[in-house]
Design a protein around this ligand. Sequence first.
Ligand code: FAD
Length: 324
Amino acid sequence: ACGSEEPELVQNGQLALGTYSQISVYAPTTSKGEKAIEAAFTQVTTIENTLSTSIENSDVSQINLNAGTAPVQVDEMTLDVIHAGLDYYSITKGTFNIGLGSLIELWGIGQDWQKVPTDEEIQEAKQHIDLSNIEISEKEVFITDPHMLMDLGGIAKGYAVDEAVGILRSNGIESGFVNFGGDVYALGNKSDGTPWRIGIQNPEIGESGVIARMGLTDKAIVTSGDYERYFVENDVRYHHIIDPETGYPSTNEISSVTIISDKSMDADVLSTAIFILGLEKGLDLIESLEEIQGVIVTKDRSVYISSGIKNEVEMLDSNFSIVN
Ligand code: FAD
């Protein structure tokens, strides 16, 4: 571009990864923008077809179907995401576990069969979440325990955002906004040269406003909360983030965890893990990791902000207050 023409805003969205996924870009021409977005969504579809547990011939479904029986030859992408998932287990002190499929299936949060399982069922499923049962060779993955299932729902969306951003960049896009059901990436700046302004949602059920916002450039931002995928039984709310230690949806003082990082995959995983870890350990983990920032909102409407972004978060809702 010669710099004098106004870039075109091009947007498109589709249902993908179990959510509405949207990409907006500023491109030199509409057709260049459309082409870049289409290339990104083509890759997202490939990712979904490879990593989904609800698509029967995906790599992950095949790994699960063959658990206890046979190794499955998989795509390089699958190996990459599984290796990343396994690495996160120790970083997150065992709270992020890609082998929780049996428990996730049992609870079925968001599925037709969602219900509170019996404690016996939960204790039984918990016997089958040990990651040492996942064997990986150069091209194959084998779950040795026939009752164990893999679930990449807490990591694959972040991976998909990173891949989409990479494809936009390689198509010459320098400014854009990717939002796959709340996993957001702010690519470059807005066309006026100022950072993208991203809001943090009010985590309370029935509330839809934004409680805070901050400017971001070339950063991923992901929020995990208990307010989006859940069901209520006997006045108790059961959400979709399972504490591997108990086998139940995690319970602590946290309402939502927002993580800001360079890679969406890191933010996706860490937001989930810190939601389980709780406030104190969660804040410690954020501070211990380079390049990772975060905002934790607790049920008493306190807002905790990591040291690297203290001055960048703008509060918009006076019912919530920064305490640290
Ligand atoms: P996050 O907090 O990022 O992740 C929560 C999800 O991680 C849970 O839903 C569970 O899958 C998993 N999880 C829970 N506890 C843990 C834990 N302790 N450690 C590790 N992981 C954990 N949804 C549909 O309704 N239908 C679909 O067909 C469908 N297909 C999908 C295909 C792919 C490839 C992906 C990535 C997602 C798909 N989803 C689908 C959505 C998926 O089921 C999850 O709900 C979604 O990924 C959760 O993202 P989140 O950002 O809301 O929550």
